[in-house]
Design a protein around this ligand. Structure first.
Ligand code: IMJ
Length: 256
């Protein structure tokens, strides 16, 4: 029970295939008091029916691309339940066409959109959490990233740029929040078939390559990513901040 009595907010759950759901089930098994945000009030019933499978405190509709929405959720949690010990950021989006056509064709709007939603939302969340003083000392902020931030993978395109911005934001946020003993890290997950991977051309091929080449010769599950995130949220990782930790069967170390 690594997260006993710890209040954790998980942002960006969509459905039972979400990495956020793998994190939720593992955090719940480790005794955390859980809060959630999801996109779109219209998804409330679906989400609440999924969340009813685990003990949790409350789920809030929140459009994280609006600072006001983040502020409202964090204020409500603080007033009703007190301060948080952790925030898990599982939010990303790019326009579909930008994950299909050549990267060189990315529009100014598409470039901004991917960075706004996938990278800036972490910065906004950290800043607003600090402004509202909603994080306890020893709190841990964790986000999700992907190898496409540093290496070229087919179709990842503008999301690679956004994940590079996200990983760099992790380092600057870690520096800003370190003096208050608040840590900021990213988990770089191997490819997983979530809704965010659906419809991506050649996605299965990428998973086949991992099975063939990764040191562990297999793909990873949302529960395994959940366990890595639980570690980052827990005091077991208290000396670690500003890092990108790969949970990918070791695939990223290979040169070929
Ligand atoms: C996404 C696109 C291309 C290649 C990809 C991915 N690979 C992996 C992903 C190899 C693993 C999934 N991933 C790591 C993401 O960050 C996905 C982000 C994403 C996915 C979509 C699909 C639907 C849509 N917009 C999206 N925006 C971001 O409309």
């Amino acid at each position: 029970m690594l997260l006993e009595k710890k209040k954790i907010l998980i942002m960006g759950i969509r459905n039972k295939w979400s990495i956020a759901w793998g994190i939720a089930t593992r955090a719940a098994e480790n005794g955390a008091d859980l809060f959630f945000t999801y996109q779109g009030e219209e998804n409330r019933e679906k989400l609440e029916s999924l969340l009813s499978e685990i003990p949790y405190k409350k789920a809030y509709a929140c459009d994280a691309s609006k600072d006001e929405d983040i502020e409202k959720v964090l204020k409500e949690i603080k007033e009703e339940y007190g301060n948080l010990d952790g925030i898990v950021h599982c939010i990303a989006h790019a326009n579909t066409e930008d994950l299909r056509q050549d990267f060189i064709l990315t529009s100014k709007e598409g470039f901004s959109h991917a960075n706004d939603v996938s990278a800036y939302t972490l910065v906004a969340t950290a800043r607003i959490a600090k402004e509202l003083d909603v994080l306890n000392e020893n709190a841990s902020i964790v986000t999700l990233t992907y190898h496409g931030s540093t290496k070229v993978l087919p179709n990842y395109n503008v999301m690679g740029v956004a994940k590079a911005a996200l990983e760099c934001s992790v380092r600057y946020l870690a520096d800003n929040l370190g003096p208050q003993n608040i840590r900021v890290n990213a988990i770089s997950a191997g490819p997983i078939k979530t809704l965010s991977a659906k419809g991506i051309k050649d996605f299965s091929t990428i998973q086949d390559v991992v099975e063939e080449k990764a040191p562990l010769r297999r793909n990873v599950t949302i529960e395994e990513i959940g366990d890595s995130v639980v570690f980052m949220l827990s005091p077991m990782s208290r000396a670690i901040t500003g890092q990108v930790l790969y949970a990918d069967s070791g695939y990223n170390i290979m040169g070929i």
